[in-house]
Ligand binder design. Structure first.
Ligand code: R5P
Length: 281
């Protein structure tokens, strides 16, 4: 098996290859003067593993080209972060289901697709081959444990993500709850843990995506008002759109960490082990 990657998933691809004991192939990337992408995979094998977060349009185009370059091989496509995955419904006539469009196009020629903490697993049905969603919840739990936080309380931003928070906290016996939003007036909301008290606790907000950071920053300021000793955030996918990381720093979070599905300086835990395990199966 040879492991290939888009330009923005090099770190994760090399970690996956290391976990698998597989070889990386060199991939040559060039942008033509008109902006078009050129790729060349230097070593093809019967079995190919493509590790490719579609963090932007250029990455999505590189996946399309890599998949075509692997024509006729047994290809597993890993989309650690799948861009457009949240546009999974049609709200108005004339709109595409963007997640479906991307899933169909990218998985052409793939034998199998793996995603990581995709926002809505129903998107998996749009791929043209069997698809499986993996979760980095165990690595987030391990990361929190390593921080030796004194009095941790793991919180999901809403009830929908509570199962995810339980999967983070459960194996380490950490306290866990979900935040509950109450509307006080037209413009005012309050957020607090549904069952436990944040007072004196070192809260860790866990979520699948930190997009603009708005939800996490709001939750953090509420928890601090309620007497939390500290507030941290750990998200799977660190998108940090529109200055999201700065927003979280300004909100006073003690730490903001994300996985390497999107490679950043704040990528403090890796999705490589769970990806390698799923590839081996
Ligand atoms: C929403 O359903 C997601 O799980 C995240 O909570 C959301 O994407 C976070 O968005 P933002 O960081 O922009 O508040």
């Amino acid at each position: 098996m040879k492991v290939i990657y888009t330009e923005k998933s090099q770190l994760l691809a090399s970690r996956v290859a290391q976990n698998l004991g597989a070889k990386l192939s060199t991939v040559k990337y060039t942008t033509f003067p008109d902006g078009e992408q050129y790729v060349r995979v230097e070593e093809l094998d019967d079995e190919m593993l493509v590790v490719a977060s579609t963090v932007d349009g250029m990455s999505a185009m590189q996946v399309l080209l890599l998949m075509d370059a692997c024509e006729g091989r047994d290809v597993t496509l890993v989309l650690p972060y799948m861009g457009y995955a949240r546009q999974d419904k049609k709200f108005n006539d004339g709109e595409p289901i963007s997640a479906r469009a991307l899933a169909k196009a990218l998985s052409e020629g793939a034998a199998r697709v793996l995603t990581v903490n995709i926002h809505d697993p129903s998107v998996l049905s749009h791929f043209r081959c069997p698809a499986e969603n993996l979760s980095v919840a165990p690595e987030i739990g391990a990361y929190i444990k390593e921080q030796k936080i004194e009095n941790p309380l793991i919180l999901s931003p809403d009830e929908g993500a509570w199962e995810f928070a339980k999967a983070v906290a459960g194996p380490y016996g950490l306290d866990c709850d979900h935040l509950n939003k109450t509307r006080l007036s037209g413009s005012e909301v309050t957020m607090a843990p549904k069952h436990l008290d944040a007072k004196g606790r070192d809260c860790v907000i866990v979520d699948d995506i930190i997009a603009t950071g708005g939800s996490t920053a709001l939750a953090a300021s509420m928890l601090m008002e309620q007497g939390a000793k500290s507030v941290r955030a750990a998200g799977v996918h660190g998108v940090f759109a529109s200055g999201g990381y700065i927003k979280l720093m300004q909100a006073g979070l003690a730490d903001v960490a994300n996985s390497d599905t999107i490679e950043r300086a704040s990528s403090r835990f890796t999705a490589s082990r769970i990806i390698a395990e799923a590839v081996r199966k």
